[in-house]
Design a protein around this ligand. Structure first.
Ligand code: PGA
Length: 258
């Protein structure tokens, strides 16, 4: 399978931004700008929990899909402040970001909890966007591949080949997130190809070839075309630039062409 046959996905990761009226306004602005991508690539907005219902209502009947930014791994119970996969699917949520580096850095997320969340999301019918990526000093110490291989192996433990059809991997070098320091096209391609090779080892060449692998980290309207043209980059997980309708739509258009 070549790149053209894989599903390209541009997903916005809004992080902790936007009240409900602001979310409604942003999605209303995004919808017409990305309508042309319908049937060509997948467009997703991953929004704060409080915006999910509004976002699902506003995007009903459009080609914009909605995702959450995290999910708990237990079905229900005494987990104050957490949200379960069933709570998300019942709302109509389709995607969920798991293991974002901000959760790993600030909220004690580990590969073990990323794996538990991923399996819980899949069991409930959600499509997890599993984030992996190295720290700056891990890159400087030349252990990027070791770090990524370990994350891929642990984060996807016990995820079956069949389930992999619903898994998206986002390669987000931590040093590139929110810093304006984007990975070069070559650096991003190199690691995305490495991820695909790891998936081929863990599953099969067929499974690996079908998985959507996104790049994320300071992707914007200016640098997206080069990144999205790379053979193993099938889309992007977009933070800052997803909060501007025009910029987000330029990235979506680049992915359609990519
Ligand atoms: P950024 O964030 O585009 O603002 O760097 C990307 C992400 O955190 O997913």
């Amino acid at each position: 399978m070549n790149k053209a046959k894989r599903k390209a996905i541009i997903a916005g990761n809004w992080k902790m931004n936007k009240t409900r009226p602001e979310a409604k306004a942003l999605l209303e602005a995004i919808k017409p700008l990305v309508a042309e991508a319908a049937g060509k690539i997948e467009v997703v907005a991953c929004v704060p929990f409080t915006n999910l219902e509004t976002a699902i209502n506003v995007t009903a009947g459009s080609n914009v899909k909605i995702g959450a930014e995290n999910v708990h791994f237990e079905k229900s119970g005494a987990f104050t402040g957490e949200i379960s996969a069933d709570m998300l699917t019942e709302l109509g949520v389709e995607y969920v970001v798991i293991g974002h580096s901000e959760r790993r850095q600030y909220f004690g997320e580990t590969d073990e909890t990323v794996n538990k969340r991923t399996r819980a999301a899949l069991a409930a019918g959600l499509k997890p966007i599993v984030c992996v990526g190295e720290l700056l000093w891990e890159r400087e110490c030349n252990i990027t591949e070791e770090v990524i291989a370990r994350q891929i192996k642990l984060d996807l433990w016990d995820v079956t080949a069949e389930q992999m059809a619903n898994v998206v991997i986002a390669y987000e070098p931590v040093w590139a997130i929110g810093t304006g320091k984007v990975a070069t096209d070559e650096q991003a391609q190199e690691v995305c190809a490495f991820i695909r090779a790891q998936l081929a080892k863990l599953y099969s060449a067929e499974v690996a070839e079908a998985v959507t692998i996104q790049y994320g980290g300071s992707m914007n309207a200016k640098n997206c075309a080069g990144l999205l043209a790379q053979p193993d980059i099938d889309g992007g997980l977009i933070g800052g630039a997803s909060l501007k309708a025009e910029d987000f739509s330029i990235i979506v258009k680049a992915a359609v062409e990519g």
